[in-house]
Design a protein around this ligand. Structure first.
Ligand SMILES: [Fe+2]
Length: 413
């Protein structure tokens, strides 16, 4: 049944069932009234909120089969396909609450569900963000009374355990596994549980242990200060894993630091230093006999709202600092300030990896370090890189399955 309106008001109460891609925030909210002009559709929701949806935005977000791929929802049209004089000609409401928007001069009709409109309205919903500091739980050493390791077998066999573990990477920037078989290359199997290996000039994986004439300080028994790996790559690997295969040395403790927390402290203590490190692009570089890697990026990267999205701190890998003469002193003040914060004991989460332990962390956020270790005994970590997109995708699918189950159970209750 259709209710035809023209620049008028409709008052319709319809209950609807949410689909899996609808967040819980929209449960029970419905269209109270709606009205339109050629340029805009306005909706008043039962909870008192109002949506103002522009004509071209509605056309660009048409959900009809002629506009979207049915499997993945990707657009089948381009914005240049719309006529310059596009306008809303009419809006009707179906018995189930869906709105049908008619566009002129195309004569095209788009059906939008209430749930879709509510959850995608740009007036009501903040920017989707799962990467910036605004979406994270920032931490320091005191934030964890004890470190929780997830048993690897449990992680592999129980989807909730995997989901919880990947959520820890997303929210805290790291997660810990135990009981990972101490076999060479096992780390690649772990990566396959959530994403894809990022192979580099070190190969698909790398070994961190004392070697003669190391070409990288990581492959010695020296302590290492806080750093993010490989800022000289573009793009930088966004996930790192370290798997402990042997650990019988004195020392060699692992240290993690929340680089977003450190950046927030820097912003609080000296906003001008924070701004300097966001604004100033630097060259990072790694060079050996067979490799020449370079990037030019800021030490702290922020999004369009000013929230930190990535940090790149690696004192070993900054290439020659080339700045305008008047910027050098200010840069080093800011750089030294941030470096000092990263080395504050209260920010350092220190723990010992034992054979079978594995740490996975967001290499764009969490810095890692280690204490020096004795030449006697064995210390062998295998490392590998992956990327956040695969990890976030696996997590999102697991969360989607959970949301669907909860909604179905709620509907049956
Ligand atoms: Fe490292």
């Amino acid at each position: 049944m259709f209710i035809r309106l023209s620049h008028g008001l409709a008052r319709v109460r319809v209950r609807y069932f949410l689909k899996a891609d609808v967040s819980p925030m929209s449960v029970e909210n419905q269209i109270e009234t709606f009205r339109f002009t050629p340029e805009e559709l306005q909706i008043d929701w039962q909870d008192g909120q109002t949506s103002r949806l522009h004509c071209v935005w509605l056309r660009d977000h048409c959900q009809m089969p002629s506009s979207r791929n049915a499997q993945n929802g990707q657009r089948l049209m381009n914005v240049t396909d719309f006529p310059d004089d596009l306008r809303i000609e009419g809006v009707t409401q179906q018995a189930n609450g869906d709105l049908v928007v008619a566009f002129a001069p195309e004569g095209h009709e788009s059906v939008f569900s209430q749930a879709w409109l509510l959850n995608n309205c740009y007036c009501l919903n903040a920017t989707f963000d799962d990467r910036s500091e605004a979406a994270k739980t920032l931490w320091d050493a005191e934030s964890f009374s004890s470190l929780s390791f997830t048993d690897y077998q449990h992680y592999c066999q129980d989807e909730r355990a995997k989901r919880d573990c990947l959520q820890q990477v997303r929210d805290h920037g790291f997660a810990l596994l135990s009981g990972v078989p101490c076999d060479e290359g096992q780390i690649l199997e772990v990566i396959r549980t959530f994403g894809f290996c990022r192979e580099t000039n070190y190969g698909p994986l790398f070994d961190v242990r004392t070697v003669v004439d190391p070409n990288n300080l990581a492959f010695s028994n020296l302590g290492l200060g806080c750093h993010a790996d490989n800022p000289y790559r573009d793009p930088v690997p966004t996930v790192q894993l370290l798997h402990c295969l042997a650990s019988s040395t004195e020392g060699g403790d692992s240290i993690l630091v929340d680089g977003f927390k450190a950046a927030s402290i820097l912003r609080q203590e000296a906003p001008e230093h924070f701004e300097q490190l966001c604004r100033q692009y630097l060259n990072y570089r790694f060079s050996d006999a067979t490799t020449e890697l370079r990037s030019r990026v800021p030490m702290i990267e922020v999004d369009d709202r000013g929230y930190v999205t990535k940090v790149r701190y690696n004192n070993r890998s900054i290439d020659t600092v080339r700045l305008a003469p008047e910027s050098v002193a200010a840069f080093y003040q800011a750089y030294r300030h941030y470096a000092g914060i990263l080395e504050r004991p209260e920010l350092k989460l220190t723990f010992k990896l034992r054979p079978g332990d594995l740490v996975v962390f967001d290499n764009t956020r969490v810095m890692h370090a280690r204490t020096a270790f004795s030449a006697g005994g064995q210390r062998h970590l295998q490392g590998a890189y992956a990327d956040l997109d695969g990890l976030y995708s696996t997590l999102a699918v697991l969360e989607r399955a959970r949301n669907t189950n909860e909604l179905v159970q709620g509907a049956l209750a």
